[in-house]
Design a protein around this ligand. Structure first.
Ligand SMILES: Nc1ncnc2c1ncn2[C@@H]1O[C@H](COP(=O)(O)OP(=O)(O)O)[C@@H](O)[C@H]1O
Ligand SMILES: [Mg+2]
Length: 230
Protein backbone atom coordinates (compact mmCIF):
# COMPACT_ATOMS: atom_id res chain seq x y z
CA UNK A 1 0.00 0.00 0.00
CA UNK A 2 1.78 3.09 -1.20
CA UNK A 3 -0.26 6.19 -0.32
CA UNK A 4 -0.95 7.18 3.28
CA UNK A 5 0.85 6.04 6.37
CA UNK A 6 0.06 2.94 8.43
CA UNK A 7 1.59 2.72 11.90
CA UNK A 8 0.72 0.14 14.53
CA UNK A 9 1.36 0.19 18.27
CA UNK A 10 2.00 -3.07 20.07
CA UNK A 11 2.91 -4.21 23.57
CA UNK A 12 1.41 -5.67 26.71
CA UNK A 13 -1.49 -4.52 28.86
CA UNK A 14 -0.91 -1.04 30.28
CA UNK A 15 2.26 -0.43 28.24
CA UNK A 16 0.81 2.89 27.07
CA UNK A 17 -0.37 2.05 23.54
CA UNK A 18 -3.64 3.99 23.68
CA UNK A 19 -1.90 6.93 25.34
CA UNK A 20 0.87 7.06 22.74
CA UNK A 21 -1.54 6.66 19.80
CA UNK A 22 -3.41 9.70 21.06
CA UNK A 23 -0.24 11.75 21.61
CA UNK A 24 1.19 10.87 18.20
CA UNK A 25 -2.12 11.76 16.55
CA UNK A 26 -2.06 15.18 18.24
CA UNK A 27 1.45 15.76 17.02
CA UNK A 28 0.78 14.65 13.44
CA UNK A 29 -2.40 16.75 13.33
CA UNK A 30 -0.43 19.77 14.52
CA UNK A 31 1.73 19.18 11.43
CA UNK A 32 -1.34 19.22 9.20
CA UNK A 33 -1.59 15.44 8.73
CA UNK A 34 -5.03 13.88 8.39
CA UNK A 35 -5.05 11.13 11.03
CA UNK A 36 -7.35 8.16 11.63
CA UNK A 37 -7.13 6.54 15.07
CA UNK A 38 -8.35 2.98 15.26
CA UNK A 39 -7.84 -0.19 17.28
CA UNK A 40 -7.91 -3.96 17.22
CA UNK A 41 -9.77 -6.01 17.87
CA UNK A 42 -12.33 -3.49 16.69
CA UNK A 43 -12.42 -0.44 14.48
CA UNK A 44 -15.79 -1.19 12.83
CA UNK A 45 -19.19 -1.99 14.39
CA UNK A 46 -18.85 -5.67 13.41
CA UNK A 47 -15.27 -5.89 14.67
CA UNK A 48 -16.23 -4.18 17.95
CA UNK A 49 -18.90 -6.86 18.45
CA UNK A 50 -16.27 -9.52 17.84
CA UNK A 51 -14.04 -7.70 20.35
CA UNK A 52 -16.72 -7.86 23.02
CA UNK A 53 -17.09 -11.59 22.39
CA UNK A 54 -13.35 -12.32 22.44
CA UNK A 55 -12.54 -10.26 25.53
CA UNK A 56 -15.50 -11.28 27.64
CA UNK A 57 -14.37 -13.32 30.67
CA UNK A 58 -17.67 -15.20 30.48
CA UNK A 59 -17.12 -16.49 26.93
CA UNK A 60 -16.91 -20.30 26.78
CA UNK A 61 -13.47 -21.96 26.48
CA UNK A 62 -12.36 -22.29 22.86
CA UNK A 63 -9.22 -23.10 20.92
CA UNK A 64 -6.47 -20.70 19.82
CA UNK A 65 -7.56 -21.46 16.23
CA UNK A 66 -11.19 -20.47 16.83
CA UNK A 67 -9.96 -17.32 18.52
CA UNK A 68 -7.54 -16.49 15.71
CA UNK A 69 -10.30 -16.98 13.14
CA UNK A 70 -12.48 -14.52 15.05
CA UNK A 71 -9.64 -12.01 15.12
CA UNK A 72 -9.12 -12.36 11.38
CA UNK A 73 -12.85 -12.09 10.67
CA UNK A 74 -12.80 -8.77 12.54
CA UNK A 75 -9.54 -7.75 10.87
CA UNK A 76 -10.91 -8.42 7.36
CA UNK A 77 -13.81 -6.05 8.03
CA UNK A 78 -11.51 -3.45 9.61
CA UNK A 79 -9.02 -3.53 6.74
CA UNK A 80 -11.73 -3.40 4.08
CA UNK A 81 -13.84 -0.65 5.63
CA UNK A 82 -11.34 1.53 7.46
CA UNK A 83 -7.66 0.87 6.79
CA UNK A 84 -7.57 0.48 3.00
CA UNK A 85 -9.94 3.39 2.28
CA UNK A 86 -7.99 5.68 4.63
CA UNK A 87 -4.70 4.67 3.07
CA UNK A 88 -6.07 5.20 -0.43
CA UNK A 89 -7.16 8.70 0.63
CA UNK A 90 -3.61 9.44 1.76
CA UNK A 91 -4.47 9.56 5.47
CA UNK A 92 -2.28 8.44 8.37
CA UNK A 93 -3.74 5.40 10.14
CA UNK A 94 -2.63 4.81 13.74
CA UNK A 95 -3.80 1.44 14.97
CA UNK A 96 -3.76 0.37 18.62
CA UNK A 97 -2.72 -3.31 18.25
CA UNK A 98 -2.76 -5.29 14.98
CA UNK A 99 -1.51 -8.64 13.64
CA UNK A 100 1.54 -8.82 15.91
CA UNK A 101 -0.82 -9.08 18.88
CA UNK A 102 -2.52 -12.09 17.25
CA UNK A 103 0.84 -13.66 16.59
CA UNK A 104 1.95 -13.12 20.16
CA UNK A 105 -1.27 -13.91 22.07
CA UNK A 106 -2.63 -16.76 19.92
CA UNK A 107 0.54 -18.23 18.38
CA UNK A 108 3.62 -17.57 20.52
CA UNK A 109 1.80 -17.66 23.88
CA UNK A 110 -1.38 -19.46 22.76
CA UNK A 111 0.14 -22.31 20.75
CA UNK A 112 -1.45 -21.66 17.34
CA UNK A 113 0.76 -23.15 14.61
CA UNK A 114 2.93 -20.47 13.04
CA UNK A 115 2.04 -21.76 9.56
CA UNK A 116 -1.66 -21.23 10.29
CA UNK A 117 -0.95 -17.71 11.51
CA UNK A 118 1.08 -16.99 8.36
CA UNK A 119 -1.69 -18.35 6.12
CA UNK A 120 -4.36 -16.21 7.79
CA UNK A 121 -2.10 -13.20 7.60
CA UNK A 122 -1.49 -13.76 3.89
CA UNK A 123 -5.17 -14.34 3.19
CA UNK A 124 -6.58 -11.39 5.15
CA UNK A 125 -3.86 -8.76 5.49
CA UNK A 126 -1.91 -9.41 2.27
CA UNK A 127 -0.25 -6.10 1.39
CA UNK A 128 -2.16 -4.06 4.01
CA UNK A 129 0.80 -4.37 6.35
CA UNK A 130 1.98 -1.61 8.67
CA UNK A 131 5.10 0.11 7.43
CA UNK A 132 6.13 0.98 10.99
CA UNK A 133 5.35 -0.81 14.25
CA UNK A 134 6.15 0.74 17.60
CA UNK A 135 6.58 -1.89 20.30
CA UNK A 136 6.18 -0.42 23.78
CA UNK A 137 8.28 -2.60 26.04
CA UNK A 138 7.47 -2.77 29.72
CA UNK A 139 7.78 -5.17 32.65
CA UNK A 140 4.29 -6.74 32.71
CA UNK A 141 3.92 -6.28 36.46
CA UNK A 142 4.29 -2.51 35.91
CA UNK A 143 1.87 -2.60 32.96
CA UNK A 144 -0.75 -4.60 34.84
CA UNK A 145 -0.50 -2.20 37.79
CA UNK A 146 -1.09 0.70 35.38
CA UNK A 147 -4.07 -1.09 33.88
CA UNK A 148 -5.42 -1.65 37.38
CA UNK A 149 -5.02 2.06 38.22
CA UNK A 150 -6.73 2.96 34.93
CA UNK A 151 -9.72 0.85 35.98
CA UNK A 152 -9.96 2.59 39.35
CA UNK A 153 -9.79 5.99 37.56
CA UNK A 154 -12.42 4.88 35.07
CA UNK A 155 -14.70 3.67 37.86
CA UNK A 156 -14.40 7.08 39.53
CA UNK A 157 -14.98 8.86 36.24
CA UNK A 158 -11.42 10.18 35.86
CA UNK A 159 -10.08 7.73 33.33
CA UNK A 160 -9.46 8.03 29.62
CA UNK A 161 -12.87 6.56 28.88
CA UNK A 162 -11.38 3.31 27.70
CA UNK A 163 -12.98 1.15 30.36
CA UNK A 164 -13.96 -2.16 28.84
CA UNK A 165 -17.61 -3.10 28.93
CA UNK A 166 -16.40 -6.60 28.16
CA UNK A 167 -14.84 -7.19 31.53
CA UNK A 168 -15.43 -9.11 34.73
CA UNK A 169 -16.84 -7.54 37.92
CA UNK A 170 -13.34 -6.27 38.78
CA UNK A 171 -13.08 -4.68 35.33
CA UNK A 172 -10.44 -7.02 33.91
CA UNK A 173 -10.89 -8.55 30.47
CA UNK A 174 -10.09 -12.17 29.68
CA UNK A 175 -6.40 -11.50 28.93
CA UNK A 176 -5.79 -9.21 31.88
CA UNK A 177 -6.97 -12.06 34.12
CA UNK A 178 -4.16 -14.35 32.90
CA UNK A 179 -1.20 -15.18 35.17
CA UNK A 180 1.98 -13.08 35.12
CA UNK A 181 3.87 -15.91 33.36
CA UNK A 182 1.52 -15.50 30.36
CA UNK A 183 2.25 -11.77 30.25
CA UNK A 184 6.01 -12.48 30.40
CA UNK A 185 5.59 -14.70 27.33
CA UNK A 186 3.80 -11.87 25.54
CA UNK A 187 6.64 -9.48 26.29
CA UNK A 188 9.24 -11.95 25.00
CA UNK A 189 7.05 -12.57 21.95
CA UNK A 190 6.90 -8.92 20.96
CA UNK A 191 10.68 -8.63 21.39
CA UNK A 192 11.16 -11.73 19.21
CA UNK A 193 9.07 -10.18 16.42
CA UNK A 194 11.10 -6.97 16.66
CA UNK A 195 14.33 -8.96 16.36
CA UNK A 196 12.95 -10.83 13.36
CA UNK A 197 11.68 -7.71 11.56
CA UNK A 198 14.04 -4.87 12.47
CA UNK A 199 13.10 -2.82 9.39
CA UNK A 200 9.46 -2.57 10.44
CA UNK A 201 9.64 -2.71 14.24
CA UNK A 202 11.11 -0.28 16.75
CA UNK A 203 11.20 -1.18 20.45
CA UNK A 204 10.75 1.70 22.86
CA UNK A 205 11.31 1.54 26.60
CA UNK A 206 7.86 2.34 28.00
CA UNK A 207 9.00 2.51 31.62
CA UNK A 208 9.29 6.29 31.60
CA UNK A 209 7.00 9.30 31.71
CA UNK A 210 4.41 9.27 28.95
CA UNK A 211 5.89 12.54 27.64
CA UNK A 212 9.38 11.00 27.37
CA UNK A 213 7.99 7.97 25.57
CA UNK A 214 6.04 10.29 23.25
CA UNK A 215 9.21 12.23 22.43
CA UNK A 216 10.96 9.02 21.38
CA UNK A 217 7.92 7.85 19.40
CA UNK A 218 7.94 11.17 17.58
CA UNK A 219 11.63 10.91 16.80
CA UNK A 220 11.14 7.40 15.37
CA UNK A 221 8.17 8.51 13.24
CA UNK A 222 9.97 11.63 12.07
CA UNK A 223 13.01 9.59 11.01
CA UNK A 224 10.75 7.13 9.26
CA UNK A 225 9.00 9.90 7.33
CA UNK A 226 12.30 11.44 6.32
CA UNK A 227 13.63 8.09 5.14
CA UNK A 228 10.43 7.54 3.17
CA UNK A 229 10.56 10.99 1.58
CA UNK A 230 14.25 10.64 0.73
N1 LIG B 1 4.46 6.31 30.53
C1 LIG B 1 3.47 6.15 31.45
N2 LIG B 1 3.76 6.19 32.76
C2 LIG B 1 2.79 6.00 33.68
N3 LIG B 1 1.48 5.78 33.40
C3 LIG B 1 1.16 5.71 32.10
C4 LIG B 1 2.12 5.90 31.06
N4 LIG B 1 1.49 5.78 29.85
C5 LIG B 1 0.20 5.55 30.13
N5 LIG B 1 -0.02 5.52 31.48
C6 LIG B 1 -1.28 5.26 32.17
O1 LIG B 1 -1.35 3.85 32.36
C7 LIG B 1 -2.66 3.36 32.05
C8 LIG B 1 -2.54 2.44 30.85
O2 LIG B 1 -2.13 3.19 29.68
P1 LIG B 1 -2.77 2.87 28.26
O3 LIG B 1 -2.27 3.89 27.32
O4 LIG B 1 -4.25 2.74 28.41
O5 LIG B 1 -2.09 1.45 27.99
P2 LIG B 1 -2.46 0.31 26.94
O6 LIG B 1 -3.35 0.93 25.91
O7 LIG B 1 -1.14 -0.14 26.40
O8 LIG B 1 -3.13 -0.79 27.72
C9 LIG B 1 -3.52 4.59 31.77
O9 LIG B 1 -4.18 4.95 32.96
C10 LIG B 1 -2.50 5.66 31.36
O10 LIG B 1 -2.96 6.95 31.68
MG1 LIG C 1 -5.27 0.45 25.36
Amino acid sequence: MAAGLFITFEGGEGAGKSTQVRLLAERLRAHGTDVVITREPGGTPFAEQVRALILSPSVAEHTALSEALLFYAARADHIGKIIRPAMAAGRAVLCDRFSDSTRVYQSIAGGLDRKVFDALEQLVVADAKPELTIILDLDPSVGLARAEARRIDAASGEGNGERNVDSDGAGRDRYERQALAFHEKLRAGFLAIAAEEPDRCVVINANRDASQVAAEVWSVVDQHLQRRAG
